[in-house]
Design a binder for this molecule. Sequence first.
Ligand SMILES: [Zn+2]
Ligand SMILES: [Zn+2]
Length: 480
Amino acid sequence: MAKKELKSDGIFFTGKAADDVTGSQYLVRFGSKKILLECGLHQSSSNDYLDSYKINAEKFNFRPSEIDYLFVNHTHIDHVGLAPRLVKEGFHGKIITTYNTAMIMKPLLYNSCAIIQDEARILSKRYGRNYQPLYSEDDVAKTLSLIEIYDEYGKIYDLDDVVSFQWFKNSHCLGAAQLQLILKNGSKTRKVLYTSDLGALHTDNHYLENTEIPDVFSDVTIIESTYGEAKRNSKKKRSFDIAHLKSAVDTVLERGGSAIFPCFSFSRTQEILTTLYDIYGVHEDFCTPIFVDSKLSCDISALYSELLHDSDLDKWSKVCEWENVHFISEKEESRSVVADNKQKIVISSSGFCTNGRVVSYLKKYLADRNSMIIFSGYVGDNPSYLSYRIKNYRENKFIKVNKEMVKNRADCITLSTFSSHANFNDLVRFGSSLNTNKVILVHGSKEAKRCLAQKLSDAISKNNKTYRVLESFKGMTVKL
Ligand SMILES: [Zn+2]
Ligand SMILES: [Zn+2]
């Protein structure tokens, strides 16, 4: 166990996301209880896996066996992907989450496990020593068996004498919630609000409810700051991006090319597919096939049919029954779709193009001047992301895809309004409208936190409030 440990009631910023946008993990200690707010994997941008392996294999700053509860606010790998290692190292408490998050967590964690095992194999071969995978399928199964579902938003649930909590709505993705912990020890009560990743206050995405600004008092509020830089404040509306998307796809199809959408398997894939249905589903003469090519994307898309209700389910069913759509789960079938020279629209993972089947499509279609790569949302902030290079290196004649130099001829556009994160304005509005004593910014670059902290402080005093804004760093502690 590391030297630093929280000795009294407080919050300990233990994970990488105290410094960065990935690897969320915060330890709360109160009375006799220890609570972990998420347990995310640090996701590296490059395909040299050693850095992220080292970070993800780092010793926990606490004894996993002493943690009573692990809260999972939403099921993205950078928020839950390290949970099986926590279990492997002795955690046997309860994992508290919503129903939708629990259901989507299953395919996501098994997929993460497969990637982790691949990476360990590659590292062992590359460096000639034995890199053990961080966890196994058994650890994933054990993790899933510890889940307890609490599904009602706004309701206060008592877990024991010390720990109660409630969820608040969050449009970040299906199942996402903000968490308020209500902690009691004798006469002492403390409340901690943790937003996790925060979706837009008025979301344009399908199948989601708007993020709410919780109307409750919190001693401490922990807010994400992914888009904390003012330059991320786009005035663009979704309607602009939809028109842009339509004209781009029309152009590509007219000139005989294909359109490739690198998309994350959960949420963005379903959103882009639904948007294409909204645009082209009504046109009977629209006959271009649309391939959703990723096993995980197929599994999660199938889950959507079980998890959605009412008008959302009706809509999603229409999308899935659209005759143009083909879900490609098997690798063999994927290879033949890649090899086929017919025009197509492809939605494939991963969104950052670091790995996954989208890489095979990029190797082929980047070189085709009639085709187009269409990004939606964040493409990474440095050249180690292939998505970043494709977007920003328009002048380069070649782009390195894995180890191969590929001709860089295809067009490329980015649809920025498709992000699942609150934009700068929403973050400022959210963070300055709270009833709290202290705001702590996490899950953002240094610059993003600095910029947001400044803007928030101004907005808070404009709102005649007095609470302070702190920028987190890994290892920081805050007393409760
Ligand atoms: Zn997220
Ligand atoms: Zn995140």
